[in-house]
Design a protein around this ligand. Structure first.
Ligand code: A3P
Length: 286
């Protein structure tokens, strides 16, 4: 197996320098690989998955574009799946960041996907704030104008954002039993209904006893922005050695529509135009 991995590492090391590249959002470089912009690490991840990963039908993949609600969805799905194993007052989510409970994975494989998307205007604003937290102090902050241009050109992690969304949207229409498509805005508006929908999709619907015990309400409360962002583990600003990001960086405002506080009317118009054109008139609830 090791030999197989080494071969993939070698193929990746040879491939990456040949790919079209662009400057990234912090100090990373983005490469254009199979239609999407990524840093070199996830390219290696994708290659490892396609060369070596054998999915089981019971596997569940949480799929998102960054800043669409990955942290929230990881927390919700972990709580739904493991609800019989833990007491909500002494729950792993109270001690570990959702990133540590639902591990990072990239790829396209035939098992169940739960996808979450979000208004691209809010994604851009969230990503811009996040990038500036990640940029080393020695380099000037990324301006909103620059971030806007990169995002609109499709040069963002796993971007073009709209192509990512459209791919999963189409898959959810073609294979509704395999891909569940959610929006951040819907989960904010109807968290209880969305949690029930996810549980049903995953084949673990809530029983009448659980409904009586208000398990759905417990899950929504535990995973809410207010609850998770106020836990000591998520207030931590300590950076991990393998990446320049701290648990607290994944929690900012957790609101719908913060873009009104940042984007000019021209930016809004341009972004809405791209969304309309790229998402081919599909009605999302943003
Ligand atoms: P804002 O920057 O708009 O506040 P991701 O987890 O995909 O990186 O997305 C991060 C965004 O989700 C941030 O948005 C963050 O504040 C928000 N978020 C994190 N946890 C959340 C939760 N439990 N409920 C709602 N939003 C959450």
């Amino acid at each position: 197996q090791d030999e197989g991995y080494q071969k993939t590492f070698k193929n990746c090391a040879e491939l990456v320098p040949t790919l079209p590249r662009s400057k990234g959002w912090w100090l990373d470089e983005l490469f254009h690989y199979q239609g999407f912009w990524m840093s070199s690490f996830p390219i290696r991840g994708s290659m490892l998955i396609s060369d070596h990963f054998k999915p089981r039908p019971t596997d569940i993949i949480v799929a998102t574009s960054p800043k669409c609600g990955t942290t929230w969805l990881r927390a919700l799905i972990f709580s739904i799946i493991n609800r019989a194993s833990f007491d909500f007052n002494d729950h792993p989510l109270r001690k570990l960041n959702p990133q540590e409970l639902v591990l990072l994975f990239e790829g396209h494989i035939p098992c169940r996907f739960v996808y979450i998307c979000r208004d691209p205007k809010d994604v851009l604003v969230s990503k811009w704030h996040f990038s500036n937290k990640l940029r080393p102090k020695e380099v000037p902050p990324l301006s909103l104008e620059e971030a806007f241009d990169l995002f609109c050109k499709g040069v963002s992690h796993y971007g073009p954002f709209w192509d990512h969304v459209l791919g999963y949207w189409k898959a959810s229409v073609e294979s509704p039993k395999k891909v569940l498509f959610l929006t951040y805005e819907d989960v904010k508006k109807e968290p209880l209904g969305c949690v029930r929908k996810v549980a049903e999709f995953l084949g673990v619907p809530f029983s009448p006893e659980e409904e009586n015990k208000k398990t759905v309400e417990e899950i929504v409360k535990l995973c809410s922005f207010e609850s998770l962002s106020n836990l000591d583990v998520n207030k931590s600003v300590a950076k991990r050695s393998e990446r320049p990001v701290s648990n607290s960086d994944f929690f900012r405002k957790g609101e719908v529509g913060d873009w009104v506080n940042h984007l000019s009317p021209e930016m809004v118009e341009k972004m809405n135009q791209i969304t309309e054109q790229k998402l081919q008139g599909i009605e999302f609830n943003f």
